[in-house]
Design a protein around this ligand. Structure first.
Ligand code: BTN
Length: 214
């Protein structure tokens, strides 16, 4: 059986949900489906944190993907998902390409401010892996909450509904491409090179902890 990619026709549009990731988990939604909501009341971030989208316009999106044979570390898929989101945002706003960077493992920054986050949640049974890929993008707004001072927006002017629809269409294509690339050893090098070229951390001093050693 081949992997199940996101299907453009299997979209669910909602005004408000608790969390789009939870929606795909808690309802019997088939693989290849995706959801986009205008608002989330209990959005979740990585490491058990909450995700509060701010601003007037945002993308709140989750998709359900099935890998039939997992022969790669999930961390690699996570990095490639970050690359896919970054490519989509560059495609949507090419005039600010040089302002956009990927912060390992998969946050997107514009001029040093976080504008998008990704939460990937997986369930594995044998070689089959079901992944729920949740993406939040701050598109446009006039103010940033005081407690999120390093937050920012992708755009400087209000987007049209058409722009948002197109962005989601491109996002689905880019995520599907990431699913194909992660299983193709020959292509990985090119993706890693892209992640390195666009890395927010390149040239910065970082502190890494492994096996309780710094
Ligand atoms: C992070 O930066 O910590 C990840 C944020 C991920 C937020 C998105 S918004 C859509 C999806 N639904 C959620 O509850 N979270 C993700």
């Amino acid at each position: 059986m081949p992997n199940v990619l996101l299907n453009h026709e299997k979209g669910i549009w909602k005004k408000s949900v608790a969390s789009t990731n939870n929606y795909l988990k808690e309802n019997k939604i088939e693989q290849g489906s995706w959801i986009s909501a205008d608002e989330q009341t209990e959005g979740r971030g990585r490491k058990g944190r909450s995700w509060n989208s701010f601003g007037e316009d945002k993308i709140i999106f989750s998709g359900k993907i099935r890998f039939e044979k997992v022969k790669f570390p999930v961390s690699l898929f996570s990095l490639l998902t970050g690359c896919a989101v970054l490519k989509t945002l560059i495609q949507s706003a090419p005039e600010i390409e040089n302002d956009l960077q990927l912060k390992w493992p998969n946050d997107i920054y514009r001029n040093g401010n976080k504008i998008a986050g990704i939460l990937i949640e997986c369930e594995q049974e044998g070689e089959i892996l079901d992944a729920i890929v949740g993406i939040g993008v701050n598109l446009f707004g006039k103010s940033i909450p005081d407690d999120l001072k390093n937050g920012g927006f992708l755009l400087d002017k209000k987007p049209t509904d058409e722009f948002k629809k197109k962005l989601i269409e491109n996002l689905i294509n880019a995520l599907n491409e990431a699913v194909v690339l992660v299983g193709d050893e020959k292509s990985i090098g090119k993706e890693i090179a892209f992640a390195f070229e666009k890395s927010y951390l390149r040239g910065k001093e970082i502190k890494a902890i492994q096996n309780q050693k710094i």
